[in-house]
Design a protein around this ligand. Structure first.
Ligand SMILES: Cc1cc2nc3c(=O)[nH]c(=O)nc-3n(C[C@H](O)[C@H](O)[C@H](O)COP(=O)(O)O)c2cc1C
Length: 383
């Protein structure tokens, strides 16, 4: 199987599975507990159907959107994800470059493996800095300052991860940073020697967003302990209001899921929220973002930009979310499996396919611009 054999999400996932050691594939693929929310995210899009409008003279289609003041050529962006150089040696460099080639925004995680400064220097497209809130307020201020100095405009604070999710696939393989492989996990690494050779031939693993602040060398701090010991579960609305004021630019909360919290986010001055359950990796049994979208847009869509992510694998999923009022839609595994399968070329192929699906879908649905997609384009099925 080669890159040219990949025509959709499941193809890329299959190719990534062939290339990656089992523990890494399962870290990307898996969710928390029984993975109910993970499955729900994808199924949610099937609860409603598109209602096309015909004979609208659909010669040109414009896919561009403006979200949090950023102009994007596509209504999708690459959501921040951790540890990308473990998936492919190009890591975040591939993600940023592919996003730039398609005129869209990408996120850099606090747990990213390439520095946000380097990416901001090299790329013109909007970059989001994904932030976790630490107990050490000085550290929070220093990280925000670093993002500001790098020229990053949009801050994205993840609020659904004040403690780590229970990823049982990772417990079985021993996936952790630093690696704590079980015998089974080790055997799975041994089955993919090419990954190991490639990994060792490239720049040593590091977490540049955190390196200056936290000693991750040796065995002193695992990522699991980063979540339980460094992050502040006491974070509240007042803390975030202070951060929003200090940042002074577009600020969004990732992981809001209720109408009441969306209104509160608007009250403290947030420019946007991302409805998200972290790809089913945190609170299992929580609702799919798509299922919550309608009521949240009704409650707060006129006061801030509502985005969503989770389970998006098709252009038509994006069209459904836009029809309910999402300003843009985040992609996670949709670009991570292509990254693992083939680096930048993989992500570019996936984004080219997404663009073609969006264009085709808009034409067939009878929408010339994203703003033409409204709730009239959707019908929910009776339960
Ligand atoms: C392997 C992996 C790592 C992730 N790392 C982060 C992270 O560091 N910070 C964050 O806010 N979200 C992280 N996420 C969540 C994504 O940003 C996004 O919310 C989620 O993947 C969307 O679901 P999807 O994968 O079904 O598209 C991660 C997701 C995956 C799959």
């Amino acid at each position: 199987m080669r890159l040219s054999d990949c025509h959709n999400f499941d193809d890329f996932r299959r190719l990534a599975r062939r290339r990656l050691p089992g523990p890494i594939f399962n870290y990307i693929d898996g969710g928390a507990d029984d993975e109910v929310t993970l499955r729900r995210n994808r199924a949610a899009f099937e609860a409603c159907d598109l209602v096309p409008s015909v004979l609208r003279g659909m010669s040109d289609v414009d896919l561009s959107v403006t979200v949090m003041g950023q102009r994007l050529a596509l209504p999708v962006y690459l959501s921040p994800t951790a540890l990308q150089r473990l998936f492919h040696h190009q890591g975040e460099r591939a993600t940023a470059a592919a996003a730039e080639a398609h005129g869209t925004m990408f996120g850099v995680s606090s747990l990213g493996t390439v520095s946000m400064e380097e990416l901001a220097r090299k790329h013109r497209n909007p970059q989001v800095y994904q932030f976790y809130f630490h107990k050490d307020r000085g550290l929070n201020r220093a990280m925000m300052q670093k993002a500001k100095d790098s020229g990053i405009k949009v801050m994205m604070l993840t609020v659904d991860s004040i403690t780590g999710g229970n990823r049982e696939r990772d417990l079985r393989t021993g996936f952790a940073i630093p690696f704590r492989l079980t015998a089974a996990g080790m055997a799975q690494f041994a089955m993919k020697p090419m990954w190991g050779i490639n990994y060792l031939r490239h720049e040593k693993f590091s977490l540049p967003q955190l390196d200056a602040h936290i000693d991750m060398k040796g065995d002193t701090l695992t990522i699991g302990r980063y979540f339980t010991e460094m992050l502040d579960p006491a974070m509240d609305w007042d803390d975030v209001a202070a951060m929003v004021a200090e940042w002074g630019g577009p600020f969004c909360l990732k992981g809001v899921m209720s109408a009441a919290d969306a209104r509160r986010a608007a009250e403290i001055g947030c420019t946007g929220i991302v409805l998200s359950n972290h790809g089913g990796r945190q609170l299992d049994g929580s609702r799919a973002a798509f299922d919550a979208l309608d009521e949240v847009v009704q409650a707060a869509g006129d006061r801030l930009d509502v985005m969503m992510d989770g389970g998006v694998t098709r252009g038509t999923h994006v069209l459904k979310a836009l029809s309910l009022g999402a300003k843009a839609v985040g992609l996670g595994r949709y670009y991570l499996f292509p990254l693992a399968a083939a680096g930048q070329a993989g992500i570019e192929r996936a984004l080219t396919q997404m663009t073609a699906e969006l264009q085709r879908g808009m034409r067939l649905a009878g929408a010339r611009r994203v703003a033409d997609l409204t709730r009239d384009n959707l019908r929910f099925r009776p339960a």
